[in-house]
Design a protein around this ligand. Sequence first.
Ligand code: IMP
Ligand code: MG
Length: 173
Amino acid sequence: MQSDFEILISGKQIAEKVREIGAQITRDFQNRELVIIGVLRGCFVFMADLARAIDLPVAIDFMEVSSYGDDLESSGNVKIIKDIKDPIHGKHVLLIEDIIDTGHTLNFVVDHLKLKNPASIGIAGLLIKKDKHNFRGKIDYSGFDIADHFVVGYGMDAKGLYRNLDHVAIFRA
Ligand code: IMP
Ligand code: MG
C-alpha cells in the first residue's frame, strides 16, 4: 500500500515559530556561556535553523542516542551512540529536540548531562505530544503541541526517510 502524508505544520509556520524561539533564547541568555546540544539525528534541521535565529556567541555540540530501532514507538531502552565532545562544566546547556513523544529520551539525556555539572540545563523542543509524554522536567521552549500522531519531516523520519521534508506531516504507513 502507498504511504499517506497529511501536512500538519507548514514550512512557513515552522520558520515563524523558530524565529520567535530564537529571539526568546537571545533575550534569556545574554551574557551567559551557552552551549546548544542537539540530540541526533532528528534535531539536525531544527537545530540548524534555531542556531541561526539566536543572536549570541553559542557553542554547538551533539549527542546521538537510540531508542526506536526501526519501530514507530519508543522502546524506553535508551542507549548512547555518541556522547558530547566538549566539557559543559559551569556552562548553560540548552538541549535541542525535534519531538518529545514519550519523554524517555529526554529523561535519560538530562540525567546523563547533569552528571557533567553544567550551570543549568534547558530544553527546546519543536513538537510536544503534550498529553502523552512523561518527561520529568520543564520544557523551556516549545514550538507546537500536537496530538499523538506519528509525524515525519523537518528532521523526523519513518524508517530513515523523509527527514528532508521542509514541513511536518502525519505519516500513515
Ligand atoms: P521519546 O523518547 O519517545 O520522547 O522520543 C524520542 C525520539 O524519538 C524523538 O526525539 C524523535 O527523534 C523520535 N520520535 C518520537 N516521535 C516521533 C514521531 O512521531 N516521528 C518521528 N520520530 C519520532
Ligand atoms: Mg530526536
